[in-house]
Write a protein that binds this ligand. Structure first.
Ligand code: ZN
Ligand code: ZN
Length: 374
C-alpha cells in the first residue's frame, strides 16, 4: 500500500495486512475499491477512533480518509501512516466523489449497504461521474471475525476488568437496593478500572424480571430470594467484553433455583469447552441447547447460544441455530445459554472464548458456581 510520505507503520502495525486482505476480496469481486463508512470498520482499517470519518480504500491508489475540523489533529496522529487525509468543511461525501474522480483506475467501487443510509446510497448512485457504486455487505466484518493476538489481548483485558468490577460490587448487594442503583455501581467500578465505555447499557434484572432476556435496569427493589441477573460489558482499546452472571440475593437458593441454575451452568460449561472453530453456527448453538432441551426446558431458551465479540459487542461470526456459516479460527465469541420462566425468573451465564486452532480458550474467568449474597 502506498503511504503519503509520513513515517510508515511499524512491524507490529496490523493495518497493512488488513488492507491487503481487503484488496484481495475486492479483487475477487472485480471491485476497484470500497467506501468504508461503518465506524468500527473504519477503525479496524485505519486506526481512527473518532466519531466522524469516512475511508475510501482503493486497490490501486492511495487510500483517502475524510473527516472534519474536530478531528484534524487526531486524524493525523491515528491515520497519518496509512491514508491521505482530507479535512473537509462541508459534506464529506461530495468531497469524496471529487477526490475519487481524480483516480484514473477507480471505476467500480462498493459501499457498505448494511450500514449506509438510503439517502447516501442515492447520492452515490447519482454521482454524475464515471464512477459506479455497488452495494456490498460484510467485506470488512468477515475480516474482523478472525482476531489477531493484540485484539484478543484487548478483549481479555476488558473481560478481566469486568470480572474485577463484578467482584467489587457483588458483596455490597443487599435486599432493598434498586436494580438501577446496582447497575450504576457496577458501571462506576467498570469505569474506575479503565473501561473506556459501556458497550451496552448494563442490565441488572431481579426477581421475575430476570426472565426478560433483554431487560433494562428498573426501579424494582430486590427482595429476599430473588434472582439478580447482571449482564455487563467493558471496553479496552475499543474491544468489548460481554459477561453475564446470575446470583441469588438475601437467602439461600431454593431447590428449584438450584436445579435450574445447575442445568444452565452445566450447559454453559460444556458448550464453552466443546465449541470449536470449524463448527457451523448451528452446530455450536446445539451444544447447550441439546442439554437444556433434554431436561424439558428447550422452549425456555429462546435466543442464540452467543455472538461474535470485538470492536462491536455483537459482530461476526453468528453463533446461532439459523447460521450454517463456519466459525473461523481466531474468532472470539460469547457462550451464553439461559433458561427464562415468565413470572418466576431466569438464569443466564455468559463467558467469552477465543476459538484457536487448538480449541476454545476462555477469556473471562468462567467462575460460575452458584453465589448466594446474604
Ligand atoms: Zn451480555
Ligand atoms: Zn452477549
Amino acid at each position: 500500500m502506498r503511504t503519503s510520505g509520513r513515517p510508515g507503520p511499524g512491524p507490529a502495525d496490523p493495518r497493512p495486512a488488513r488492507c491487503d486482505q481487503l484488496a484481495a476480496s475486492l479483487g475477487e469481486r472485480d471491485l476497484d475499491g470500497l467506501v468504508v463508512s461503518h465506524l468500527p470498520n473504519v477503525r479496524y482499517l485505519t486506526g481512527f477512533t473518532g466519531t466522524a470519518g469516512l475511508f475510501a480504500f482503493l486497490r490501486d491508489g492511495e487510500p483517502v480518509f475524510l473527516s472534519d475540523f474536530r478531528y484534524a489533529t487526531q486524524a493525523e496522529a491515528e491515520v497519518g501512516g496509512v491514508a491521505r487525509i482530507e479535512i473537509v468543511a462541508d459534506d464529506p461525501w461530495k468531497r469524496l466523489l471529487s477526490v475519487l474522480a481524480e483516480y484514473p483506475t477507480a471505476r467500480t467501487l462498493a459501499y457498505e449497504a448494511h450500514t449506509l443510509t438510503v439517502k447516501k446510497a442515492e447520492l452515490l448512485a447519482a454521482n454524475g461521474t464515471r464512477l459506479t457504486f455497488k452495494p456490498e455487505q460484510r467485506l470488512v466484518e468477515r475480516l474482523r471475525a478472525c482476531k489477531d493476538p493484540e485484539e484478543v489481548r484487548a478483549i481479555h483485558s476488558a473481560a478481566t476488568l469486568a470480572m474485577e468490577a463484578f467482584e467489587a460490587v457483588l458483596p455490597t448487594v443487599r435486599v432493598g437496593q434498586r436494580e438501577i442503583e446496582i447497575a450504576a455501581r457496577l458501571e462506576f467500578e467498570l469505569r474506575k478500572r479503565g473501561s473506556e465505555w459501556h458497550p451496552f447499557p448494563t442490565i441488572a434484572a431481579s426477581g421475575p424480571r430476570s426472565a426478560l432476556p433483554h431487560a433494562t435496569s428498573s426501579q424494582r427493589e430486590l427482595q429476599a430470594g430473588d434472582w439478580l441477573l447482571l449482564d455487563f460489558g467493558a471496553q479496552v482499546d475499543g474491544y468489548c467484553a460481554d459477561i453475564t452472571r446470575t446470583v441469588v440475593v438475601g437467602r439461600r437458593a431454593d431447590e428449584r433455583q438450584r436445579a435450574i441454575y445447575e442445568l444452565v451452568r452445566e450447559a454453559q460449561r460444556s458448550a464453552r469447552t466443546a465449541i470449536r472453530a470449524g463448527m457451523t453456527g448451528r452446530e455450536a448453538d446445539a451444544l447447550a441447547r441439546s442439554m437444556i432441551g433434554a431436561k424439558g426446558f428447550g422452549d425456555a431458551f429462546g435466543h442464540s447460544l452467543g455472538h461474535g465479540l470485538g470492536l462491536e459487542v455483537h459482530e461476526e461470526p453468528r453463533v446461532s441455530a439459523t447460521s450454517d456459516e463456519v466459525l473461523p479460527v481466531g474468532a472470539v465469541v460469547t457462550v451464553e445459554p439461559g433458561v427464562y420462566l415468565p413470572g418466576w425468573g431466569g438464569v443466564r451465564l455468559e463467558d467469552d472464548v477465543h476459538l484457536t486452532s487448538d480449541g476454545a480458550v476462555l477469556l473471562s474467568d468462567g467462575e460460575t458456581e452458584l453465589r448466594e449474597v446474604i
